[in-house]
Design a protein around this ligand. Structure first.
Ligand SMILES: [Zn+2]
Length: 467
């Protein structure tokens, strides 16, 4: 029997599948809600559990729980193989809160298997997905007693609360974390049962604009009609940000945006999509930038949105004033290769240039995450070909290839701090209810994913050799 067959046989063995499942359920029972300080103890317990699992079951003697000012991060290394390629597998063991238990059909922290679907908080995001990788590693280790390449596993505990300490962990451990590729399974496909490979993520940047038109609110009977109204000035600015075709009017906003390539359009056509169904799901009329389809708009094009506006009187009854102050919050979704810093400069200049002289404007910069693109040539093409082959072996089908409209901060950080490309292999389904009540994970994806994961590491050990 060839080595690959032995790996597949191990991963598909009933007793072993039971073991993977039972161990996954153990971590799902840990209430690792990173947002809630009452669960700080559960976070530590889960991190210790994972480190122990690495030592006892994965042959990762060099395993540690790295404390941060927030929740700890688990880092494990396989036995060192000089000159072999290095792969870093990332996941996060923290989860979203699940305090809305009346909306759950099962206990959020008591995993429940029904008709091949596992329900519980974290089943899809991200415990179920990263445990696919730990199970694949367990398979390789059990069958061979060694790994075909150097493996590092990094499990974060603050992904759901903005990864505040992630960059500092990367920076402090940059030497040992340096790899040829990062693999992350923490996204959802657009088709049930078919994994998805995302080669690009949008970035995001946020800012606030504060407008003051007078020292204080003014009596509209005495002063009405003679001075400007802050919400009205803000409304004019917001309206002016887009033209009638929904193009952003800010000079420089589209600098660096890559045009959609023919091969991308071809790939996009293969993604099953029903605009009317999507519209009905949202209860919203589809509308957007002229010249682009819905999926092009949400995955390939940058956007600029006002997220909220406040000013003047909104309490009970009425108050006849001319409001002196208005503020609005905005966010932009950015695509490769827009530079967040440059776009922020362009926006600040635009607001300065367009604020009427009768108002004072304050521009407050917020968070930003860079967009990400794994070029589909060179190493990117190699990684995708390897992943497709592994998915074929595990799932008996090809993965969907497309961009993703969201932002994943850690991907931008792996790129910025370590200069390492990330392979995003999404094993979640479109209806997994991540961050919502009744989160679930398809167990068929879990078991097929284990085979695909073990295969991918074997393929990469060959493909990355002559890098
Ligand atoms: Zn996640």
């Amino acid at each position: 029997m060839s080595e690959l067959n032995a790996v597949q046989a191990y991963a598909k063995n009933e007793t072993n599948c039971r073991f993977f499942f039972d161990k996954l359920c153990e971590i799902l029972r840990c209430q690792t809600v990173s947002a809630d300080s009452r669960h700080a103890g559960d976070m530590e317990k889960c991190a210790d559990w994972l480190a122990r699992f690495g030592r006892e079951h994965l042959g990762m003697a060099e395993t540690k729980v790295v404390p941060t000012e927030g929740h700890p991060c688990v880092i494990m290394h396989s036995p060192e193989l000089p000159d072999a390629p290095r792969v870093l597998i990332y996941g996060h063991y923290d989860v979203q809160p699940a305090e809305d238990t009346e909306l759950w059909h099962t206990e959020p922290f008591e995993p429940c298997l029904k008709d091949g679907v596992l329900y519980g908080r974290g089943t899809s995001d991200d415990k179920g997905q990263f445990f696919v990788w730990l199970s694949a590693l367990k398979t390789l280790w059990a069958v061979n007693g060694s790994y075909p390449l150097n493996i590092t596993v990094m499990l974060e505990g603050e992904e759901e609360v903005g990864s505040a300490h992630f960059a500092s962990v990367l920076e402090a451990h940059s030497q040992e974390l340096k790899s040829d590729v990062v693999i992350i399974s923490d996204t959802n496909s657009v088709v049930k049962g078919v994994p998805i490979l995302h080669y690009s993520l949008r970035g995001v940047m946020c800012f606030e604009v504060r407008l003051r038109t007078a020292d204080c609110d003014l009596h509209s009977g005495i002063h009405g009609g003679v001075c400007s109204n802050a919400p009205r000035e803000m409304a004019k600015l917001i309206a002016k940000l887009h033209d009638e075709n929904s193009h952003v009017t800010v000079p420089g906003f589209y600098d660096g945006v890559l045009e959609i390539e023919p091969w991308e359009k071809e790939r996009l056509e293969k993604v099953p999509f029903d605009g009317e169904e999507y519209s009905a799901q949202l209860g919203a009329e589809l509308y957007g930038e002229a010249g682009y389809t819905t999926n092009e708009r949400r995955w390939f094009r940058p956007t600029l949105d006002c997220n909220g506006i406040c000013g003047g009187y909104t309490g009970e009854g009425s108050k006849t004033i001319i409001p002196a102050f208005c503020s609005a919050k905005f966010s932009a979704r950015l695509v490769a290769h827009q530079q967040p810093q440059h776009i922020m400069d362009c926006l600040e200049k635009w607001f300065k240039d367009n604020t009427p002289s009768r108002a004072k404007m304050e521009f407050v910069r917020g968070d930003m995450t860079s967009p990400y693109l794994l070029e589909q040539s060179g190493v990117g093409a190699k990684l995708f070909a390897a992943a497709q082959e592994a998915v074929r072996r595990g799932f008996g089908t090809e993965a969907i290839v497309c961009r993703n409209g969201g932002a994943i901060g850690v991907v931008a950080e792996f790129d910025r701090v370590l200069g390492v490309p990330t392979l995003l292999l999404g094993l979640g389904s479109p209806d997994d209810h991540t961050h919502a009540p009744n989160e679930k994970f398809e167990m068929s994806n879990f078991y097929s994913g284990i085979v695909a994961g073990a295969e991918l590491l074997s393929i990469l050990s060959q493909e990355l050799k002559n890098r």
